[in-house]
Design a protein around this ligand. Sequence first.
Ligand code: ADP
Ligand code: MG
Length: 323
Amino acid sequence: MSEFDLIDKYFTRPTKHALLGVGDDCALLAPSKSMHQCITSDMLVEGRHFLSTVDPFRLGVKSLAVNLSDLAACGATPTAFTLSLSIPQVDPNWLEGFSKGIWDTALEFGVDLVGGDTTRGPLCICITAIGEVPPGDALLRSGALEGDDIYVSGTLGDAAWALDVFRGNTSVDGEIFERIRRRLEQPTPRVKLGVALRGVANACLDLSDGLIGDLNHILQRSGVGAELSTEWINNSEAISGDLLELGLHKRLEYVLSGGDDYELLFTASKDAREEVRLAGLQAQTPVTCIGQIKKEKGLQIFDPKGGLIQRRFASFDHFQFPA
Ligand code: ADP
Ligand code: MG
């Protein structure tokens, strides 16, 4: 199969919004009047971001989902994306599954595949996604204010647990594994929630590298500190029933330092609690308050009984606590 037959067969479909999609030297988009455009790019490299054994359909879903998650974090409505693909060989089974994952996700979120590049090489997927947001409404990392509540969407830690199982560090019942590996392999981009949080959240990002590290991005960009509680780890919508079966130490590790959640982490004024609740309802996505923004720099994490976690969980040396 030639490169062009491959593009034609697997990656070309009529566009819904774009004026011109795959097939020419450039795609043509017609941005909505007086909207700002948001652009983001994420690369997935075999062995680094996914395991070689992953189902190609799920890989297609994840490749697009992680990019849509970045748009969600900015409160953007996704419009289009490009797909640059390096593949070791033309494997019709793989291409069939992978492209189905891409198309299913594109359809669900109403985005057009408008172009890309295809080359032979080590398996690597690079997607650039475009979205739009009304001027002034983009959610940024830099907007957190003293006194803000800190929230997360969905549940945390499941993906990190699944990765631990894949790495052979722990084992788990088959049914639970199916559920948690889905969270790792097919994350849900919180696009509706991001849009609903326009004008409500003060700061936002999506959780890809672990709660503590990612919260620190908000703190640094916003020039503030935070106190993180963890009693929600014992009983809240932010913890899956499966994760609750684990001991506290493991749960804390997966939830605080595990990556790949692709949930939104955001802050909002205490006065906006009702609006945050309504945004969650509107997006049919749970949101859980997990802490507060403080004026003093640094991040303090308290265990469910109120003790400082840095001391009690000294073995958490695979992530860095700020001084
Ligand atoms: P050029 O030679 O101008 O770089 P290519 O031959 O690489 O163009 O690609 C031909 C057309 O197919 C272009 O419109 C390009 O955007 C599109 N395309 C190439 N690879 C992909 C892909 N993996 N997914 C979607 N579109 C692609
Ligand atoms: Mg090219």
